[in-house]
Design a binder for this molecule. Structure first.
Ligand code: SF4
Length: 239
């Protein structure tokens, strides 16, 4: 069995707790115009972007970093949308569980519930974006159905869940809705981050245009202060 990936990043510090090995799976069902990993959106191999890896080889790549996982780390499946390949991943997840390796999924959560159900059997941690809540914008800007996202959120164990918010004009516009969502779900942790244009060269190779905006610092601070009232551990991160 194989899965399609673009990269395996060793010693990663921003994709969950501790030192981690992050596997970037190829293929996403959304089209966020600010995506930092545009090479992960298409499920097709695009020149140097993407290859199929056998689960045994991937397991070897993950297990060889095991000494570093004593920091509380483990493996993070990111992408792209990692849950789209969850059926192929499942045998590997079983083996990693037997090895007591901490498993995190970084997911947008706009996926069929049956995929999430499989992931929940193995996940120790979820990192889930709150991109925007307004249903019309959601369909138009990122191509997702907010109802599917919210239904999936209902089943997630919030003790294992970190929300992550990209600061965009869309998330800022939905501040009140986001605050209400946080009050309702009470996640373990919350991280917010500014967009960057470090992926520009990848966009150029893919012949795509990236959306980038610089948000005013005062607006960011106000947003952050409001979020901290609901989730006191909220932090601004750089990714
Ligand atoms: S969900 Fe993530 S990987 Fe998919 S398009 Fe959006 S930012 Fe990119």
């Amino acid at each position: 069995m194989t899965v399609r990936i673009t990269n395996i990043q060793h010693f990663s510090l921003h994709d969950g707790q501790g030192i981690r090995t992050t596997v970037f799976l190829k293929g996403c069902n959304l089209k966020c115009p600010w995506c930092a990993n545009p090479e992960c959106i298409s499920s097709k191999i695009q020149g140097k972007f993407g290859y199929d890896i056998h689960l045994d080889k991937l397991e070897h790549e993950i297990i060889k970093d095991k000494p570093f996982y004593k920091t509380g780390g483990g493996v993070t499946f990111s992408g792209g949308e990692p849950l789209l390949q969850i059926k192929n991943l499942e045998p590997l997840l079983k083996s990693l569980k037997n090895e007591n390796i901490h498993i995190c999924f970084e997911t947008a959560l706009f996926v069929p519930e049956k995929y999430l159900k499989i992931a929940e059997k193995y996940a120790d941690e979820f990192i889930v974006d709150i991109k925007m809540i307004d249903s019309k914008n959601c369909e138009k800007v990122i191509g997702g159905k907010i109802r599917q996202y919210l239904t999936n959120l209902e089943t997630l164990d919030m003790e294992k869940t970190t929300f992550r918010i990209p600061i965009t004009k869309f998330s800022l516009k939905d501040t009140e809705l986001i605050l209400n969502l946080l009050k309702y779900f009470k996640p373990k942790h919350l991280e917010i981050f500014e967009l960057h244009n470090l992926a520009k060269s990848k966009y150029d190779i893919l012949n795509k245009k990236q959306y980038y905006e610089k948000i005013d610092d005062n607006q960011i601070n106000e947003f952050y202060d409001n979020l901290k009232k609901i989730v006191p551990t909220a932090e601004i991160i750089e990714i």
